[in-house]
Design a protein around this ligand. Structure first.
Ligand SMILES: [Zn+2]
Length: 303
């Protein structure tokens, strides 16, 4: 059975854009970037379902953001076997693309950043990192197109990608790699995870301020600002999702901390952020239970 080391981390860029998309009007470009990140994550989660089903002895690391010699790189899935490490870059492209002179074009003529170049860069940086850490492994990296609606025309026969129709065969191959793990493999996995950067240095976020953002409790499930308070619950008018008020308030506090690192969490601030629909007394009680209070009266804040 493969060891899965951690749930797939969601990039802070995506987390922040989700929050901003609900609370302000994103520019067309930010909207495009946001949609691209959501779509990418959806593809990665689909690939996770497959690697979760592997039965071979291996270690699966989902989502790594690493840095070596000031160069940042991302690996969607890392599979460590006894003598080889497989790296996967998962693409969730949909519709028809065609290949010409080493580039991919979508039907409307847009050129995509060459995913193969990206893959090569990633592989060589990963090899350098392994060397720096004192590990010696064979590394193979591949691009996986996971979306069944993806077609690539005119690609050369040896174009090194995995098509949606080949994904199941890939899993079969991975299951057949002879592999016995030792402490050394675990150490490597632990080391890589410890090097995972929680925040990318290449985040593309719009500028925003507290005053300009819409205030209300966001639905945990559909990320829309369409909730109402019903007794002990926050209920989404769009998707019907129900969440306990306490949990929703704490989630909203975490949103504030993500969007405004270092901000002073006060009862009034949270009251405002949640759209003034929850009693200050109740907010204050929730904060007291879950955070430490500093200061007194109207000058008190929580950490
Ligand atoms: Zn909802």
């Amino acid at each position: 059975m493969p060891i899965t080391t951690m749930p797939r981390p969601i990039s802070s860029e995506l987390v922040t854009l989700r929050l901003l998309n609900a609370r302000m009007d994103l520019s067309e470009h930010d909207q495009w970037n946001y949609a691209k990140l959501e779509k990418g994550l959806e593809g990665e989660l689909k690939f996770d379902l497959l690697t979760d089903g592997l039965v071979n002895n291996g270690i699966v690391i989902k989502g790594l953001l690493l840095e070596v010699n000031d160069s940042e790189f991302q690996i969607d899935t890392t599979l460590i076997f006894e003598g080889i490490i497989h790296l996967f870059d998962v693409k969730n492209y949909e519709n028809d693309y065609y290949y010409e002179n080493g580039k991919l074009y979508s039907k409307n003529g847009n050129i995509l950043t060459d995913p193969l170049l990206q893959r090569e860069r990633c592989e060589s940086l990963f090899l350098r990192l392994l060397k720096n850490l004192g590990f010696n492994f064979r590394v193979e990296s591949r691009l996986v197109f996971i979306n069944p609606e993806f077609t690539l025309m005119q690609a050369p026969r040896d174009y090194p990608i995995i098509y949606p129709t080949q994904v199941n065969r890939l899993m079969k191959q991975l299951n057949e790699i002879p592999s016995r793990l030792t402490k050394m493999h675990e150490n490597l996995a632990r080391k890589l995870i410890s090097l995972h950067k929680p925040v990318s240095s290449n985040m593309k976020l719009p500028a925003y301020e507290f005053e300009q953002l819409k205030k209300m409790i966001m639905c945990k499930l559909c990320y829309l600002l369409s909730t109402t308070v019903e007794g002990n619950f926050i209920v989404c008018k769009t998707c019907g999702h129900k969440e306990l008020v306490d949990a929703a308030v704490l989630r909203s506090v975490r949103e504030l901390i993500i969007l405004f690192p270092g901000i002073r969490i006060t009862t009034s601030l949270v009251y405002e952020w949640c759209g003034r629909v929850i009693h200050k007394k109740r907010i204050s009680r929730i904060l007291r239970r879950n955070y430490t209070r500093y200061g007194h009266g109207k000058y008190s804040y929580y950490q």
